[in-house]
Design a binder for this molecule. Structure first.
Ligand code: ADP
Length: 297
């Protein structure tokens, strides 16, 4: 069983002829809505990758809440731990110009008010907690401690990299997953000089598994005792949105069903690659049969 404790948003997207400057109004035509938020994206990715998943988070008392939850509900993610609170559902307002450049305003809404206490009593031995960077770091740390103290496994994807002291969360996370820019930012903040290899090595020396996703170049990982480096399967990439979330969800699903670390990395990379072949974040999260087939090649 995987518990995802994280963010849930609704993305409102408008294609515009050009992005507005301050004070300016630019008109587009129709808008599109997409369920999003890294927590929800990864919960869906883990579910499609074959895991039993429950999502713990919050939505507001507004008409966006049900839309934001729709894909998770349809996929059979357990939503009994989602709270409806006074305030607004997390919302991303996204303008996209013809070159694909975007401008994004995010209202964190109820994502900023989730509480680790909602996780109390919810973990058993061998279960997995998957957390990201879009909810308050103090709550992530507290939630991770609850999972670890119940002999659960904690996978932390600090994306975006949170403000504040990262060391407490690094201490409780058994596995940390970052992309190249997050590795550079965290490395800089921790005073680790050198490249991603050095970053992974130094963090793994602290007794955890460190995974750096390298986009089309695949994945690099270090455990306290081993090094892994895989190319990503070659695909016809049309939209890399959601690749990292697909990677994290599939990795967590594989580790949760106790596959080897190496196989979990391969399934994560296959899922990330498949996510690049379809547009969107949640819509592109692949299913286990496809992930397994690509990981076997
Ligand atoms: P993020 O989306 O967080 O920036 P990455 O870009 O590193 O993360 O992508 C996550 C994973 O998705 C990579 O490790 C890789 O396996 C896969 N991936 C990403 N981009 C491509 C691509 N263009 N071709 C094949 N696989 C890709």
């Amino acid at each position: 069983m995987i518990t995802v404790f994280g963010s849930i948003n609704l993305d409102l997207v408008v294609a515009v002829p050009r992005l507005p400057t301050a004070g300016e109004t630019v008109s587009g035509r129709d808008h599109q809505t997409f369920p999003g938020g890294k927590g929800a994206n990864q919960a869906l990715a883990a579910r499609r990758a074959g895991a039993d998943v429950r999502f713990i988070g919050a939505v507001g008392q507004d008409s966006f809440a049900e839309l934001a939850l729709l894909n998770l509900r349809e996929a059979g993610v357990d939503l009994s731990g989602v709270r409806t609170m006074a305030g607004s559902t997390g919302l991303a307002l996204i303008g996209i110009d013809p070159a694909g450049e975007n401008q994004i305003i995010v209202a964190s809404g109820t994502n900023a008010r989730v509480e680790a206490s909602w996780l109390e009593g919810g973990f058993g031995p061998g279960q997995t907690l998957l957390v990201q960077g879009e909810v308050p770091l103090v709550e992530v740390i507290e939630g991770a401690r609850l999972a670890r103290d119940a002999a659960g496994t904690v996978i932390w994807n600090p994306a975006p990299v949170p403000e504040g002291d990262l060391s407490d969360c690094l201490d409780v996370a058994g596995t940390v997953v970052v992309n190249v820019s997050e590795a550079a930012e965290i490395g800089g903040r921790l005073g680790i000089a050198g490249d991603t290899e050095t970053f992974a090595l130094k963090l793994a020396e602290g007794g955890r598994n460190v995974i750096v996703t390298l986009g089309a170049d695949g994945v690099l990982a270090r455990t306290p005792t081993a090094r892994y480096r895989f190319a990503s399967p070659a695909v016809n990439a049309v939209d890399t949105t959601g690749a990292g979330d697909a990677f994290c969800g599939a990795l967590a699903a594989a580790l949760d069903r106790k596959t080897s670390f190496e196989r979990a990395l391969k399934e994560g990379a296959a899922a990330g690659a498949l996510a690049c072949t379809v547009t969107g974040a949640q819509s592109s999260a692949p299913h286990l049969e496809d992930i397994a087939r690509l990981a076997d090649t």
